[in-house]
Design a protein around this ligand. Structure first.
Ligand SMILES: Nc1nc2c(c(=O)[nH]1)N[C@H]1C(S)=C(S)[C@@H](COP(=O)(O)OP(=O)(O)OC[C@H]3O[C@@H](n4cnc5c(N)ncnc54)[C@H](O)[C@@H]3O)O[C@H]1N2
Ligand code: MOO
Length: 400
């Protein structure tokens, strides 16, 4: 077992890239598609609306019949029928004729305009028109909303209610999406208790369990929180075995460094193989990556900022890969608000908050959850750099 033999971040990424996991596609009903990631482009199989339809309640006319209409010389047209939404119009408008039509109803043959009823006068079976209509007045043309054949959604889109609105418009009832990677989440430590429980002396609330579970869900994965393992072999081994059985990937936090009760590594070693134990980065050095029964298992550090930074650097890209989503890396150039000292020999991911043109380092340390939560992103400081001067230009990579 390799024990805290730190490797460069690239090596850890290579190990992750070699895991035999690939995106899988499944088809779900539209009603279950919200939040899922689309596995194929969707093109519209129909025109929306599918037919020329009335935009208003009024009279469908042949516009040319009305061209001469004016206040002094109104035009009279004969009302020859009525078409309601959902009807199939059977008649064809002849010169001098019109039909009463309701909003959303298909235009009959021959008609090319709809005059709203407020603008005409009705006298028996005639209407009196005082103003000319023009073709397309009061009409929504077939395909004006979405033309047939148009690509309406791209593969890799995380579906929102706007997207399900589009899918509904074109009648898609079954949606090809990427299968959600199922990820087991385990917190560890005798000191860790769930929010809502009484905080006895020496205890702290579980931050990582909730945060990682929700980070997985935010990315589009399925998270199964298995609870908190105490610092004893049976409890931790039991939950790891359960995670390997139920899920594609297992994530643990805490217990990864070299302390006497740090069991994660030895249990992974017992049940499978430890591939990486220690990465030359800060935060996040005591990270374990292993495989049990062909399934990846990550032991993330217990310190919340270390845990969440490493989740962002290592696990999130893997989940995005499985979900067919490109890793969107956003960067900006800013000036460092003040001088900082970095850790020698470890590539540092220094959390920063952006204030105008400044990147303000957050120096509470990786034991503080607010180092991560208050940060907009991080700046990378290479292993061999120990000092960054105030006002130096830096590149900030946004989290997420
Ligand atoms: N002798 C050494 N000690 C430590 C080293 C080292 O290399 N040698 N590395 C330090 C670094 S860096 C880190 S990061 C931490 C991480 O250690 P572990 O991953 O083993 O984590 P724990 O010891 O279990 O916990 C560390 C810290 O985080 C708190 N914690 C744990 N789980 C949670 C949780 N779910 N929610 C909130 N807070 C949690 C825990 O109570 C500890 O305070 O190790 C250093 N030590
Ligand atoms: O490697 Mo630890 O994650 O510095 O804080």
């Amino acid at each position: 077992m390799a024990f805290l033999k730190v490797v460069p971040l690239e090596k850890a990424r290579e190990v992750i890239a070699s895991f035999p996991l690939k995106p899988e596609i499944e088809v779900v009903p539209l009603s279950e598609a919200l939040g899922r990631v689309l596995a194929e482009d969707v093109t519209s199989p129909i025109d929306v609306p599918p037919f020329d339809r009335a935009k208003v309640d009024g009279y469908a006319v042949r516009a040319e019949d009305t061209f001469m209409a004016s206040e002094s010389e109104p035009v009279r047209l004969r009302v020859v029928g009525e078409i309601n939404a959902g009807d199939i119009p059977s008649l064809e408008l002849k010169p001098g004729e019109c039909v009463y039509i309701s909003t959303g109803a298909p235009l009959p043959e021959g008609a090319d305009a709809v005059i709203q009823f407020e603008d005409v006068e009705r006298e028996g079976d005639e209407i009196i028109i005082y103003k000319p209509a023009y073709p397309t007045l009061g009409v929504m043309k077939a395909g004006a909303d979405i033309p047939k054949g148009k690509t309406i959604l791209k593969r890799g889109t995380r579906l929102t209610f706007k997207d399900t609105a589009l899918l509904s418009a074109v009648g898609t009832a079954e949606v090809p999406v990427f299968r959600r990677p199922k990820v087991a989440v385990i917190s560890t430590g005798n000191e860790v208790v769930l929010p809502g429980e009484v905080l006895r002396p020496g205890k702290i609330y579980d931050i990582n369990g909730r945060a990682i579970t929700d980070a997985i869900r935010e990315l589009g994965g399925e998270a199964v929180f298995l609870g908190i393992a105490g610092d004893n072999r049976e409890s931790l081994r039991g939950l790891i075995e359960k995670g390997i059985e139920c899920c594609d990937i297992v994530l643990l936090s805490g217990g990864a460094s070299g302390g006497i009760r740090d069991l994660t590594t030895s249990i992974i070693d017992e049940l499978g193989e430890v591939k990486v134990h220690g990465i030359a980065i800060q935060p996040g050095k005591p990270t374990v990556i292993g495989v049990i029964n062909g399934k990846p298992i990550f032991g993330l550090p217990g310190y919340p900022t270390s845990c969440l930074t490493n989740f962002t650097l290592l696990v999130a890209p893997l989940l995005r890969r499985l979900l067919g989503r490109e890793s969107e890396v956003r960067k900006v150039r800013k000036r460092l608000a003040h001088k900082v000292f970095s850790v020698k020999g470890r590539r540092q991911f220094l959390p920063v908050r952006i204030e105008g043109e400044k990147a303000v380092p957050i120096l509470k340390g990786s034991g503080a959850v607010t180092s991560f939560v208050d940060a907009d992103g991080f700046i990378e400081v290479p292993e061999n750099v120990e000092i960054l001067e105030a006002d130096e230009e830096v590149e900030v990579t946004f989290f997420g």
